[in-house]
Design a protein around this ligand. Structure first.
Ligand code: ZN
Length: 135
C-alpha cells in the first residue's frame, strides 16, 4: 500500500489542488495588477489586493537549480526515490518548486511545468525541454 505525502496542506494549498488541471498550470493571478503568484496566498504579493483569480498560465520556465534526494525517513519519499526537486523561474513571473522528471546536465535548461497527481495529491512537475542540445 502506498502512503501519501507527509504533511497536510494549508487552506490556500488545498485551493491549488481544487483548481489544478492535469497537464496544465493554473496559478493565482491578481485581477488588479495581473501579478501571477506562487505559492497561493490570501492577498496579492505585489499590491496586497484580495481579488485573486485562478488562471491557466504559461508553463515554460528556466531551471534555476535542482537537487536529488536519495534517502529519506519519510515513507512517501522512500517509495518515490530518487526525488529530484527543482526550482524553476516561470516565464509568467514566480519561482516554483517542482518535481523534476529527469536528471539534467548543468547549464541553461528550459522546462515545462504542469500539474500532475501523485498518491492522490496534486504536485507541480517540471519536464526538461532542450536536453538533447546540451552536453
Ligand atoms: Zn496585485
Amino acid at each position: 500500500m502506498s502512503v501519501g505525502p507527509p504533511a497536510l496542506r494549508s487552506p490556500q494549498g488545498t485551493k491549488l489542488d481544487e483548481h489544478a488541471v492535469e497537464g496544465e498550470l493554473t496559478l493565482q493571478q491578481c485581477s488588479v495588477c495581473q501579478t501571477v503568484q506562487y505559492p497561493p496566498r490570501e492577498l496579492c504579493r505585489h499590491c496586497l489586493g484580495d481579488e485573486l483569480n485562478w488562471s491557466a498560465v504559461s508553463r515554460g520556465g528556466d531551471l534555476l537549480a535542482y537537487s536529488e534526494l536519495q534517502h529519506s525517513l519519510e515513507p512517501f519519499f522512500q517509495e518515490q526515490s530518487p526525488w529530484r526537486l527543482a526550482s524553476v523561474k516561470l516565464d509568467c513571473g514566480p519561482v516554483v518548486l517542482a518535481r523534476l522528471t529527469a536528471s539534467c546536465p548543468s547549464g541553461n535548461i528550459r522546462v515545462e511545468v504542469s500539474h500532475t497527481t501523485l498518491a492522490g495529491s496534486c504536485i507541480l512537475q517540471a519536464s526538461p525541454l532542450n536536453m538533447e542540445n546540451k552536453p
